[in-house]
Design a protein around this ligand. Structure first.
Ligand code: ADP
Ligand code: ZN
Length: 740
């Protein structure tokens, strides 16, 4: 006799646990197989977890007796559509990160906890018994309950939010009525679907007439629609890139499709969002890291339902649901914040955007005033198409760059005399001035001039930064915080702050230009979007004449009357050991310079340096960013650094320096002598001790992406089993953007 029982189905489920595998569960008899991408509740140890079905199978390597059944299906339809699920799986493979954690970073927290993927309205209705009770006057002595029931009877049903508006104290009354069985409430899908069917928004209003270069860019991208192609939109800040995105997106929307726009953390300004909203008069879903769980869920639902026609977001928005995706735009594609570098899952949103666009067969546009060297090399190799916007849109002129030699002039509080004179000149001519310094606080060092003592951080290989106004010494790496001493703890002599931070530069500028209102923007004074908006408003309204700040002011903001930009200290980036430091410095200088002269007046840019003849500065000055990029790419090629090789780095930290090094040494030994992959290290990180832990790293380098991937595939899975692995925290970073 043959066994008649049909093979039972198996679901392979991803769980948010740090294990590099899927978990098999039996599909209970009589239950339809859950679709890949949908959530299920499953037993896991003693707990019940919510996981996502990645695939279904007919067989499992788990013995049948041990195979547990799925406890419940959460979704009838997938929360991760096929495109997003495929992208997450690709990312999990490429970055060698556990699939469960990868899926978790693609889903809002509320969805991971079981929330509905569609917006629900709660409706309240009277029951027949309730109607009868009201008719019989049984609520004569409970006015609040009677009022509520009357309202419900009159309207037949009311949405809970509307109810709360009409009767602010409805809740206790509703509870009593419900207990009597006189009212009931139910959740129903909100009517987002109706908006989805609505026709695409009307043609662009208030769009300027495009420049010939913009016309060309738009027409090249449009010609690729709806197929896959990668474009690099290279244009100075203010050259009208955003305008090109808007006009291309207009066509995508007109064809009934949707657009995904990725921006760096700091680039997602209310100004940008407003520009999209005003142009299209159509719902936008905005996803960024500062959203509350509820807001994030709301934005995700608006995207998933199709109600939003444009999805704008930072890094993780690359995993957002976008039905009928028509185009992906990555703005400021060079920006480091598009690569996740904290937490476990290191992925490049830009690179994943390309993967997503290729799979969806839609164009992707990488925009930047300072494209990354990788991207430019892909242009050289013919893989990406370059579209240039060489001029500024409207009337604006490109700014003039010059260096100020710190060795040749008197310098007080970090400001060289020619810089002070230039500020004076621009203020007198009714211009505004931006002073950029990538260091907050008053001074980076507190020094005893008698014995040479320097205030150190107890837990890091770093000095403490002086914060004069708050009277504190703070570590900018671990957050350590102590009172600012007046005298040296070692010899009792007077201590002195050495060097400049934004706080000190502000103090000096206020002394020099007492008549010119000043705003400072750095993380010490600007804590949230509200502070930032207020600061930007005071600059744009003309109330503030001088803006002093860190990186926070180098991107995204459009200042019409900023005629002078000063870069106070370019030298930190000139001699770094990181092979990307030069690229980053050049980008910062060009980006901050781009804040000058965005309006109709020409801008001036002054770069203070003690190394005016440094090749990087010289090339930037004479040949611009393109010239710099050509020279830098030649250097990278000679040294076989990316994009001419592929890197991965394993970072480990432990409470003892030896443990971290030993673990990585064992990891290196485990790798043996792989073909076409060089292992370099392990070495202590550039700042080895941070917050009391010792950091080391092992670098892997290969001319061949596939060779590197082949090694990582098996190797990474074994690292967790190395002796000593339990003493370290370690993480893999494929295509690292820095080597610290
Ligand atoms: P980017 O994104 O390259 O920084 P934007 O698209 O923001 O440039 O354009 C800079 C400024 O110029 C904006 O104020 C924009 O409205 C304006 N602008 C863009 N294109 C044009 C155009 N063709 N004619 C007039 N003004 C334009
Ligand atoms: Zn510290």
């Amino acid at each position: 006799m043959t066994r008649a029982a049909p093979p039972e189905g198996i679901s392979r489920v991803a769980l948010d646990v740090p294990l590099r595998r899927l978990f098999d569960y039996r599909i209970p008899a009589g239950t339809p197989a859950p679709q890949p991408g949908s959530r299920v509740r499953v037993p896991f140890g003693r707990r019940t977890l919510i996981g996502v079905v990645v695939e279904n199978a007919t067989e499992s390597s788990v013995p049948e007796a041990k195979l547990k059944p799925i406890a419940a299906l959460v979704d009838a339809a997938p929360v991760l559509d096929a495109a997003v699920l495929a992208l997450v799986r690709w990312a999990s493979d490429y970055y060698h990160h556990p699939i469960g954690e990868a899926i978790a970073s693609a889903l809002p927290k509320a969805l991971r906890a079981g929330a509905s993927p569609i917006a629900l309205d709660v409706l309240w209705r009277p029951t027949p018994a309730g109607c009868e009770a009201l008719a019989q006057g049984r609520l004569a002595r409970s006015p609040a309950q009677r009022q509520l029931l009357e309202l419900l009877v009159r309207h037949e049903s009311i949405r809970q939010d509307a109810l709360a508006q009409q009767l602010p104290r409805w809740r206790p009354a509703a509870a009593v009525l419900r207990k009597h069985g006189w009212v009931r409430c139910e959740s129903v899908a909100a009517h987002i679907g109706a908006k989805r069917a609505a026709s695409p928004p009307a043609a662009a209003a208030r769009a300027p007439t495009l420049t010939p270069e913009q016309v060309l860019a738009v027409s090249h991208i449009s010609a690729a629609l709806p197929g896959f192609a990668t474009f690099v939109l290279h244009g100075l800040t203010g050259s009208g890139k955003t305008e090109v995105y808007l006009q291309v997106i207009q066509q995508v929307l007109a064809a009934g499709r949707r657009a995904l726009v990725l921006v760096p953390e700091i680039g997602l300004t209310p100004q940008l969002v407003r520009r999209f909203e005003e142009r299209f008069n159509s719902p936008l879903a905005v996803l960024h890291s500062a959203l509350s769980d509820g807001e994030r869920l709301g934005a995700w639902r608006t995207a998933a339902s199709g109600a939003a026609r444009i999805i704008v977001g930072t890094r993780s928005a690359v995993f957002a649901p976008v039905p009928e995706l028509g185009i992906i735009v990555v703005d400021e594609e060079h920006d480091a914040s598009l690569k996740q570098h904290e937490g476990g899952f290191h992925y490049s949103a830009r690179d994943l955007a390309l993967v997503r666009a290729q799979r969806a067969q839609v164009p992707v546009v990488l925009g930047s005033a300072t494209p990354s060297l990788e991207t430019l090399q892909n242009v050289v190799a013919g893989r990406y198409r370059l579209l240039s916007l060489p001029r500024r849109a409207g009337q604006a002129q490109p700014p003039r760059l010059a260096v100020v030699d710190l060795r040749a002039h008197a310098v007080t509080a970090g400001l060289a005399t020619p810089v002070v004179q230039a500020i004076e000149r621009h203020l007198a001519a009714a211009g505004q001035v931006l002073v950029y310094l990538n260091r907050r606080g008053y001074a980076p060092t507190l020094l005893c001039t008698a014995c040479g003592w320097v205030a150190p951080c107890a837990d890091c290989d770093a000095r403490l930064t002086v914060h004069q106004r708050s009277g504190r010494l703070r570590c900018h790496h671990c957050g350590a915080d102590a009172p600012l001493p007046k005298r040296c703890p070692q010899c009792g002599f007077e201590v002195r702050p050495i060097g400049q931070g934004t706080e000190r530069v502000e103090e000096r500028l206020r002394e020099l230009f007492a008549q010119a209102p000043l705003v400072r923007v750095d993380r010490d004074v600007v804590r949230g979007q509200g502070d930032m908006d207020a600061a930007m408003h005071s600059v744009n309204s003309g109330a503030a004449r001088i803006l002093v700040g860190t990186q926070m002011i180098t991107k995204g903001h459009d200042f019409q009357n900023m005629t002078l930009v000063v870069v106070l200290n370019a030298d930190q980036g000139l001699f770094s050991t990181d092979f990307r430091a030069a690229e980053r410095l050049a980008q910062t200088i060009v980006q901050v310079a781009g804040r000058a002269g965005r309006g109709s007046r020409a801008g001036e840019v002054l770069i203070q340096t003690a190394y005016p003849e440094h090749p990087l500065l010289q090339t930037l000055m004479t040949a611009g960013y393109d010239g710099f990029a050509r020279a830098a790419l030649a250097e990278r090629e000679a040294a076989a650094w990316p994009p001419f090789s592929r890197l991965a780095v394993v970072r480990a930290s432990a409470t003892s320096a030896q443990d971290a090094l030993d673990f990585l040494t064992a990891a290196r030994r485990l790798a043996g002598a792989p073909r076409a992959v060089k292992l370099l290290g392990p070495v202590p990180a550039a700042m080895a001790r941070r917050a009391g832990r010792y950091h080391s790293q092992l670098l892997l380098e290969s001319p061949d992406r596939n060779a590197l991937q082949r090694l990582l595939g098996t190797w990474i899975e074994q690292l967790g089993e190395l002796p000593g692995a339990h003493r370290v925290r370690w993480a893999l970073d494929v295509d690292p953007i820095d080597l610290f």
